[in-house]
Design a protein around this ligand. Sequence first.
Ligand code: AMP
Ligand code: MN
Ligand code: MN
Ligand code: MN
Length: 280
Amino acid sequence: MSPPVFNCDLHCHSTCSDGLLPAADVARRAAANGVNMLALTDHDSIDGLPAARAAADAAGMALVNGVEISIEWERLQIHVLGYAFDSADQALNAGLGSIRSGRIERARRMSAELEKVGIDGAFDGAMRLAANPSLVSRAHFGRYLVERGVAKDLRSVFESYLVPGRPGYVDHRWASLADSLGWILGAGGVAAVAHPGRYKLSRTDMRRFLAEYKELGGQAIEVVSGSHTQEHVDTFARLAREYGFLASRGSDFHGPGESYFDLGQLAPLPDGLKPIWEAF
Ligand code: AMP
Ligand code: MN
Ligand code: MN
Ligand code: MN
């Protein structure tokens, strides 16, 4: 008999940000899928952690505190994951609050841009779909555009709308890379770059970004991710070894029927990498 696989999923979302299921349901679904250790990583919010923890405890599954912080680096929107931090830390909570405070105003500007191409009502539509209005995101706008029949699914929305150079995209001031690392490390946590394969960075710029991230105390990167191709996995496994980063694994599950990968249903980490969970 082969030994049981340690199934760790360290990236997913609940209705506290732009996921489709309440935090407790996310934790229960993960446990039912055979996840041994889960991190709920809502965008810029840790409000779902208590409910996720109660459900995880009841199911006998380990839960690690998590968050996915929106930052900008050289005008590019990047996501930095934080893990195993003290959720009562004041600077972390204040920092996340400062990012959330800009989202509604940004949503109004996104809606005005969509109006210019004949799509009305997007602000109200997105807000209706956002269980937590201060976390209104491009995912809610995307779901509204699908609902309106503007695109057939979320994937095609993000090919023609809501991305740089396309209708509905607006520039926004997020946190800085240094802010995000300061908050995570200051709260005793571990940081990981979310889905590095998704950023439109040249090879040189990616290396510059990773070097700066490491310099600021960044310890890990996601290698196995729901948004990565096999080529991304190979590339970031190599970069993790080269820079001495811990490697993480996360589905980025947002909801049934929407996400490509369900909770815990990912390939294992490639051999020879140091798993991030050994640092928790
Ligand atoms: P925001 O934080 O408001 O900029 O929204 C970002 C969110 O939009 C991501 O966390 C995803 O949930 C969603 N998103 C962005 N790009 C895509 C994509 N290509 N396909 C599906 N969802 C996406
Ligand atoms: Mn999201
Ligand atoms: Mn992300
Ligand atoms: Mn995510």
